[in-house]
Design a protein around this ligand. Sequence first.
Ligand code: ADP
Ligand code: TRP
Length: 334
Amino acid sequence: MAKNIVLTGIKPTGDPHLGNYLGAIAPAVELSQSPDRDSYFFIADYHALTSIHSAKDFAHYSYQVAATWLASGLDPEKCVFYRQSDVPEIFELSWILSCFTQKGLMNRAHAYKARVAENEQKKEDPDHGIDMGLYCYPVLMAADILAFDTDIVPVGADQVQHVEMTRDIANRFNHRFGQVLKLPEYQLKEDVGVIEGLDGRKMSKSYQNTIPVFCPQKRLKKLINKIKTDSTPPEEPKSTEGSTLYNLYKIFATAEQTENYARQFQEGISWGEAKAQLFEVVNARLAEPREKYDEMMANPEVIDVVLKEGARRAREKAQVVLARVHKAIGKGGV
Ligand code: ADP
Ligand code: TRP
């Protein structure tokens, strides 16, 4: 029996942080280890091009995401791991799909609507600063998914609409030409919860409150020391509830360590000591992959070799799907 195809992408828009690692990268690595599925994982670099217009950043962020994935245990032999821009079939399919996509559907995309609302609030022209890349983003994402006959797309809640749009687009194409494109389902990723940043809000590049996953040990320590705490004096009991330190600790520690940490909170631990212990558990988990990460980032040609091989395999599959599409639309004769 054919295996289910699972596919997901990550947009390289900055230095990957602990939120990305725990919420997106680690879950994907886990998925790739399941033997009863064919997994496709990719770096959605041309999606990032909608916001990254510095050549240096564009190149660097892609390598960072690739190295983070590989250092975190993604085995490129057990999945197809590639860079989106290395698979031209995706962009050809994107154009074909755009000819079957209603403009009205794109008008309803959350990301686009949010930008329009922002402009209206500022009394600007509704389309101020909005380029076609942002507007057509969902079509490219549909091509990413449909080019591989994907069955399942693991996503966060913010991406569900894009998978639904992918189904709408595929349905419209199939309605005209028969069952050419496979309709994907989304799978909401198991909720790791929101990882909090230095200021206690959701860790996000937009808030500049992040802890990069593989930053040097010294910096990691410094950043952990910056995590916001209240002014409870050192020896007084502290609540674990709503404590960013405690919430992070429990993700990285064993149940036993967490119990012990909570007890120390009750007994009165100084914030300095609580931070030192948090650093220990986070660093223990990241130290080994950090070494691999640093090694790859120092030799990006190693990453290129892995991604090129992934692209070769991805193209092989996408060409099969695209051949069906060509035949359906009558390219090359009927
Ligand atoms: P950012 O908010 O820093 O721009 P992205 O939106 O690029 O991050 O996040 C990519 C993916 O990483 C998200 O789909 C989500 O799965 C995960 N992620 C990001 N931030 C967090 C967080 N604070 N907690 C949990 N998961 C997160
Ligand atoms: N849009 C997704 C995000 O911002 C990234 C992405 C691009 C993606 N193409 C995809 C995710 C295809 C899943 C499937 O996170």
